[in-house]
Every structure is written in C-alpha cells, then in structure tokens.
Design a protein around this ligand. Structure first.
Ligand code: SAM
Length: 248
C-alpha cells in the first residue's frame, strides 16, 4: 500500500483534520513534503497531491460534478439495467467498494438509498470530505438525501456483522489486477490503483454478498474479464460489463 502523509499547516484550523488523521493513522506534517503522496486542503476541499514527478492536478472527489456529468442517459445506462433501476424504484443498495463514490452517486440519483463502504483510509477520507461538502448547503437535490454517509470499513467484515437494515442489492466494483481496458485507465482509477492495489479478495466478498443481499449482487468487471463466479446474466457495455447474481 502506498504511504500517504497529511500536510496540515500550523496556520490553518487544524483541529478536525488532526483528529481525522489520527483516527486513520495518517502521519501529519507541518511543511509540504518534497516526495510521495500527501493530503492537503485547498479552499476547504481535501485533495490528494503528488509532491514529486510530473506536475499533476490533485485528486479531489466532487460528487455533485459526477451527478451533473453522468445524469444524461443514466436511466437507460448499463448500471441502471444491471441494478434494476431503469424506473425509479425504492430499494436499499450497499455499494461495498465505494471508491470515489461515482457509482454510489448514480445509484442514489437513480432512486436507491445507498450505503457506501470504503476500506482504504485515504480514499475514504476523500469520499467523506466530498459527502460532507455535498450536505453543507442549505438546499440540495433529493438524491443527496438518499446517499448515506460513507463508512470506513471492510465490506466483508461489515456484512459478517449482519447489517440491521435489509439490503436489496449489493454492488461491487473491485479493482482487478488486469487493466480494465487497453487504453490508459481514467486518471481517478489510476490513483485508486496506486493507493489500494488490486482487490485480491473480491471472490470472498462476492460469496459474503450473495449470503446477505435479498435480491441481487452486481459486480462491475472489465469487458473481457473472467467472472468471479457464473452469473445469472450479464449487462454489457463498451469497456465494462456487469455480472448480475440474482438471489433466490
Ligand atoms: C475500482 S474502485 C471503485 C470505484 C467506485 N465504483 C467509484 O465509482 O468511484 C475499488 C474500491 O473498492 C475498495 N474496496 C475493495 N474491496 C473492498 C472491501 N472489501 N471493503 C471496502 N472497500 C473495498 C478499494 O479500496 C477501492 O477504493
């Protein structure tokens, strides 16, 4: 796992961020690092920065921008078809591999109540910061209320604890070892891969998910990837594929 520090300058309001860093075992620095990856706030937004190498923009999670960008056509998208959301339907979806929350946002936008889970501390902090900014305003669109607070937890452990609220659908988008597509992965996906590496335990998570979900488990794969287990059916898109496991 790539080490990440958190640059919190003495001059900024440091209390909450210091507590978050401590809770997630991230080392705090008072001066900007000259090597490696580090977290820092820019105009109130938490971002992941690269201190050395080619100059790049920081990775900042922006959930409202995702909804605005992906909403056109979302109702007939492969994600909506795979999750049974081509019509607004009340359901509880657990996004077991929430990452930067792009799929969680779209599931909430499509009408599901979503519980996002993320186990990597840095990715969780970026997602949680974005979720807090989304809720900071006095008014926001209805889907924002359906997007639950991200939880910093391993989904397998969370499912083993038998969640209180029934879950209709468990959604998984694990990081697979092989490239998802021949072209360079999207920038955000490349950052996630660098931080967390491949999710080698995805088949265990699928097994746990199939024991917990009331209606279905959906696994996002790259288009030519081998299914984790034989699915009930598949929804294919250009670069990715959704393997659907119906329960019962
Ligand atoms: C490919 S990314 C998901 C991207 C996400 N669908 C999005 O829209 O931004 C996979 C993420 O799942 C997380 N993950 C993998 N296995 C997990 C588990 N068992 N519990 C919680 N998070 C997990 C990884 O840390 C990584 O951030």
């Amino acid at each position: 796992m790539t080490a990440v520090t958190w640059w919190i300058a003495e001059t900024t309001a440091v209390g909450d961020d210091e507590a978050l860093a401590r809770d997630h075992q991230i080392a705090v620095r008072r001066t900007p690092p000259s090597t490696g990856l580090y977290l820092a706030r820019d105009q109130g937004r938490l971002g992941l920065h690269r201190a050395d190498g080619p100059r790049t923009y920081p990775l900042i999670c922006d959930l409202a921008a995702v909804a605005a960008e992906r909403a056109p056509g979302a109702r007939q998208s492969p994600l909506a078809k795979a999750c049974g959301l081509t019509r607004p339907t009340a359901m509880h979806v657990c996004d077991a591999t929430a990452g930067l929350g792009r799929d969680s946002v779209m599931l909430a936008w499509l009408g599901a109540s979503v519980t996002p889970l993320e186990r990597h501390p840095v990715i969780y902090l970026l997602l949680h910061d974005a979720w807090q900014r989304l809720h900071a305003g006095s008014s926001y669109p209805e889907w924002v209320d359906r997007l639950g607070a991200p939880q910093s937890v391993d989904a397998g452990q969370w499912l083993a604890g038998r969640p209180v609220a029934p879950i209709d659908t468990i959604y998984m988008d694990p990081m697979f070892a092989a490239a998802r597509r021949k072209a360079q992965p999207q920038k955000a996906l490349a950052w996630l891969g660098e931080l967390a590496g491949p999710d080698m335990d995805a088949d265990d998570l699928l097994a746990a998910a199939r024991q917990t979900a009331a209606k279905r488990v959906v696994v996002k794969q790259h288009a030519r990837g081998t299914p984790l287990a034989p699915p009930s059916h598949q929804v294919k898109a250009k670069a990715v594929r959704f393997d659907v496991y119906l329960i019962g």
